[in-house]
Design a protein around this ligand. Structure first.
Ligand code: PMP
Length: 426
């Protein structure tokens, strides 16, 4: 280890508590699809800064918008004044959000905030208390409610949180179907199971306010909802007065090749919410729903909807549209998965490759379908050493999560593939 790095690692260990395992990299600079390490090397960031920066790091459009807004207003709280930038962003979100043009926007700061607020909105509107979510879901961490919804081992590191009234149901994880059914012939045994729970009164439907879902379950293993699932889930919820809540924190703003993940299926949601890449690098959260539901919106805290992040968000949306990044995300994602499907691994087996747009999961297994979680960590560490950063995902942490910025080029994907190929060799 170089002495400079050693001293930063020591200072980090002495000053910070972290719940994530960080790779060895110390990065104090970033640009586009790269992070620059203090070792002078460039690293391809296939995490997009923790999925916060769909346009890549330091995108000129974001820099300009932030600078201009800083010069115009600095920061102004939602509680004190109206602001043109914030209003324009709310109008724009209403315009682009699928199926909810008559809706209202409520701002907050993070994905966890948006989860909490959506939960509360659903409770206030339905006058019911309980919620349903999927095994393997992740809806946030710093707050008790969002944390309680998570069922990932990471989210439950310190035990299950004590929030009552949550039911967990299997996600349609077809590669590891709990019911040993085969999609599409199964006709969704997993949804039959949910209905059975209602019918047998294990879940008292008249007490359930909302069903939370991710269009692609990301922490759970980058698993897109199979076609047909959401339409039937929507019917199940609607017929019982349960609100369907789409968590687009990770899937929003072009990540899946459409502006929002739910646009892959023609289904309306009652509440939809965003964060992470909404402002491509700045903290902002937003919830959209119809007037009846949003009448109970109580606000997302002092910094929510701050004009600086709103300006960045407007620039983000404009850039995605002007530069054709939705189509690019779709095409590059298909290319990435095709290249991945040509790889061999002698370290373990590539069990499944799945994804939408530039959100891809590569599930690593051994001895049949046993999760190759140690090998996954090994691949991630080796790839990082060779200049490619990836997250793990999955309940068993045996999935490579690939989510490069939407501006990624073919030759950069080729570089990443070369690195992954080497990392998969014994
Ligand atoms: N929902 C999903 C689907 C997420 O992936 C995350 C963050 N990884 C959150 C909610 C929570 O967002 P935040 O970290 O901004 O609180």
């Amino acid at each position: 280890m170089n002495p400079d790095k050693e001293s930063w690692v020591m200072r980090d260990n002495a000053a910070l508590k972290k719940s994530y395992r960080f790779p060895f990299l110390i990065a104090n600079e970033a640009e586009g699809v790269y992070l620059k390490g203090n070792d002078g090397k460039k690293y391809l960031d296939f995490t997009s800064g923790g999925q916060t920066s769909n346009l890549g790091h330091k995108h000129p459009a974001i820099l300009t918008s932030v600078k201009e807004q800083m010069e115009r207003t600095g920061f102004s709280s939602l509680g004190w004044v109206l602001n043109d930038t914030r209003i324009r962003l709310a109008e724009e979100l209403k315009k682009i959000v699928p199926g909810k043009s008559e809706g209202y926007v409520g701002f907050c700061n993070t994905g966890s905030d948006a989860t909490e607020l959506s939960w509360r909105l659903a409770q206030d509107y339905t006058k019911r208390q309980m919620v349903i979510c999927h095994f393997g879901c992740y809806h946030g961490q710093p707050s008790m409610g969002a944390l309680a919804l998570n069922t990932s081992p990471h989210g439950r590191k310190y035990g299950a949180p004590q929030v009552p009234g949550i039911f967990y149901v299997p996600y349609p994880y077809c590669y590891r179907c709990l019911f040993k059914s085969v999609y599409p012939d199964c006709n969704f045994t997993c949804l039959d199971f949910i209905e059975y729970q209602f019918e047998s009164r294990v879940i008292p439907e008249e007490k359930v306010a909302a069903f939370f879902f991710e269009p692609v379950q990301v922490h759970g293993g980058v698993i897109p909802l199979p076609d047909g699932y959401l339409a039937r889930l929507s019917e199940i919820c609607q017929s019982r007065g349960i609100l369907l809540v789409a968590d687009e924190v990770t899937t929003g703003f072009g990540r899946t090749g459409k502006m929002f993940g739910v646009e892959h299926w023609d289904v309306d949601n009652d509440i939809i919410y965003f964060a992470k890449s909404i402002a491509s690098g700045l903290s902002l959260g937003a919830i959209i729903s119809n007037e009846g539901i949003m009448n109970n919106f109580q606000g997302g805290g002092t910094f929510s909807g701050n004009p600086i992040a709103c300006a960045a968000s407007l620039a983000n949306i404009q850039t995605i549209n002007e530069q054709g990044l939705l189509q690019h995300s779709h095409e590059m994602g298909e290319y990435l998965r095709k290249r991945l499907s040509e790889l061999d691994s002698s370290l373990c087996t590539i069990g499944d490759i799945r994804g939408l747009g530039l959100l891809t999961g590569v599930e690593l297994v051994k001895d049949g379908q046993k999760p190759a979680n140690k090998e996954t960590t090994q691949v991630i560490d080796r790839a990082a050493n060779k200049g490619l950063l990836m997250f793990p995902a999955g309940v068993f942490q045996n999935v490579l999560r690939l989510c490069p910025p939407l501006i990624i080029k073919k030759n950069e994907i080729d570089t990443a593939i070369d690195i992954i190929e080497k990392a998969l060799k014994t």
